[in-house]
Design a protein around this ligand. Structure first.
Ligand SMILES: CC(C)(COP(=O)(O)OP(=O)(O)OC[C@H]1O[C@@H](n2cnc3c(N)ncnc32)[C@H](O)[C@@H]1OP(=O)(O)O)[C@@H](O)C(=O)NCCC(=O)NCCS
Length: 183
């Protein structure tokens, strides 16, 4: 996708038919070489793999895969991956990305708000967590404004191919149901 799209942002639960658009978009975001721990040439995901992930996430009661559309084109995706063990099933790990051409017009915030609302209504999840490079200030600021707090800072956790060490922030959000927060 190269044209800049605008208009109303629609957030949907992803389906199999979104897999190719999502995996292509993820590859484009990885090719920016800055936001995720995986380099584009390390990424082996295919449309079939992505469709399987979407199906599995949306059939798990504590996981969700959402997409954002502008003018019917997929411009962003967000996953909440719930833990698969008794001791971890209350935590949903978030991953989010928006196509470069659609950034700065509310797509990321809309995806996050939809995911948070879904998590708050989910009876299993109590906590949303994410990892973000400390120097990804746009993302860190967005998470803070949505109510996420820094729980940890892993110094030099990643090393870029040019040798630069980068810090990893662990951020989290309490999405417990209000009734469970009382007392
Ligand atoms: C981080 C990301 C998901 C944000 O999505 P987005 O659609 O660009 O964000 P939005 O337009 O919804 O803006 C979110 C906030 O950032 C602010 N913002 C927008 N463009 C900005 C910019 N260029 N610089 C700084 N802040 C900016 C907005 O004002 C908004 O603030 P608000 O929360 O007070 O409303 C997106 O930039 C992205 O996919 N980046 C690359 C991948 C990535 O970093 N993923 C997260 C890894 S942890």
């Amino acid at each position: 996708m190269s044209a800049v799209l605008s208009g109303p942002i629609l957030i949907d639960t992803a389906t199999d038919s979104d897999a190719l658009d999502v995996v292509d978009m993820y590859r484009r975001v990885l090719s920016e070489d800055r936001w995720f721990m995986t380099y584009e040439d390390e990424f082996t995901g295919t449309e079939t793999w992505q469709a399987k992930v979407i199906r599995e996430w949306n059939s798990e009661s504590n996981s969700r895969f959402l997409v954002a559309r502008l003018q019917r084109t997929i411009v962003g995706a967000m996953s909440i991956t719930g833990g698969n063990k008794d001791r971890t099933k209350h935590v949903g790990l978030i991953e989010i990305f928006v196509d470069q051409t659609a950034r700065g017009q509310g797509v990321g915030r809309s995806l996050m708000e939809a995911g948070i609302l879904w998590a708050e209504q989910n009876p299993i999840l109590h906590k949303l967590a994410l990892h973000v490079f400390e120097d990804n200030t746009r993302a860190v600021d967005m998470y803070r404004r949505l109510g996420f707090e820094v729980e940890g800072r892993l110094v030099g956790e990643f090393q870029d191919r040019d040798g630069t060490f980068r810090n990893d922030l662990v951020m989290a959000f309490d999405c417990s149901r209000p009734s469970l927060n009382a007392g």
